[in-house]
Write a protein that binds this ligand. Sequence first.
Ligand code: F6P
Length: 537
Amino acid sequence: MSWTSLKSHRAMQGSVTIADLLQDPARASGFSVRMDDMLFDYSKTTIDAEARDLLLTLADEAGVAHRREAMFAGEKINETEGRAVLHTALRDPGPHGATVDGVEVLPGVHDTLDRMEEFAEGLRTGKVRPVNGGRFTDIVNIGIGGSDLGPAMAMLALAPYHDGPRVHYVSNVDGAHIHDTLADLDPDTTLVIVASKTFTTIETMTNAETARSWLKRAIGEQAVGRHLAALSSAVDKTTKWGIDPSRVFGFEDWVGGRYSIWGPVGLGLMIAVGAKRFREFLAGGHDMDLHFREAEGADNLPLMLALVGIWHRQVCGYPTRAVLPYDQRLSRLPAYLQQLEMESNGKSVAMDGTGLEVVSGPVVWGEPGTNGQHAFYQLIHQGTEVVPCEFLVAARGHEPELAHQHALLVANCLAQSEALMQGRSLDVALELMAEKGLSGAEQERQARHRVFPGNRPSTTLIYPLLTPRVLGRIIALYEHRVFVEGVILGINSYDQWGVELGKELAVALAPVLAGDEDAASKDGSTRALVDYVQAHR
Ligand code: F6P
């Protein structure tokens, strides 16, 4: 019912533009949400009062509030895997938390956090030492997907707070990645962390073997365990692989890989910034959880971020969404959100096994500003597809001596959303060409290239400074957005069956490429590619 009403309302909006809506002096305050000192402005979209009411009704009808409480209570809302979804517990200070199968989850979470803290502080203070003495100067985290993207993104984001050993992230099975990382490191002072929820992921286990051999060559078989640690739910497998259980930091199956930064998978970050700041980061995530559970309707930031997403993708039909942080330290945020959003909501089957009523989540992409401006903004401003843009920016930077550069950064961010919204008419472009001395057909021809259609939607999330707490709030905000969008689409945001087939086929192709098995059963294209590799390696 609400989908139909939303689509007919969208059709009825006709030629009303964002600029028209902004004629209302109350629009900016009425179509924005504040969460503490964070501001989310969605007034530069085509969402009007009626659209917002319809979107909120859609969320109500989909049972978002009910499902949200089921998630926080530890119910098994990941129905295709029979699991609870409790990454929020990893950042819950307690004392009362959820139960899963009758067991309280917080005591285990807090025990692991305390163990992580002891280990991380031990590395930072030099209490945990390398086998040949001295101190650990470098940590290499080997993981992929959720065991890499979140912590690698957060490491960059919190660079101003790094005061521990250097932490490097290796993910790609391409040997170049681990090769180039280890090339600059000394095995005598390097600790390798193997991060894998399942401890079976082929890329991670292959890189881990390479790193273990590298360590062994330098410090010997007997000592290698002193330079290893693991982050995993599969403690039996980590032990089998040779990691001492005291160096294994586990988590339960109710933490999805792409939601796991808040627990052991965040260990590298904790080592880099210290336990106190890591706890501030957790507190930021918890702030957002409380807000998400308590704020009503249009005052609820994750809910509104999700509804803006639904409006653009499922109602307006825009196929992609650009995430544009005007914050160099958030340069990996788009990649992180690609996994969070697309692995969660890129599905065509509803929870009950039927096909989706509407299209699935959008393609998510982006780059930091201002770099993107000199690359793909041309298409965003003048291309034939509308790309809703999500800007993020801090009011101030960490470098007071470079405040003038930060001011220019912010000016660019705000100018882009303004330009997208207002565009430039043919009349204005004609005047510009007349000023250049053109007239007649040539004036018009040149002017047409300089027209900006405008009325292109964007949102802006603005915060005072990118601190650990603010980063925690931002990540939790996007997690809850994914949750809300998933509930509205009726899908399970917490499985990822779509990644399996490629993995299976890669395993089957390895012996074919090696020449140990015949390629005859493969399709013509794959056979030709195998032939090419075999001929050229
Ligand atoms: O390929 C998908 C995936 O299962 C992700 O969901 C996950 O984050 C990643 O692989 C890594 O998995 P693991 O932490 O078990 O190595």
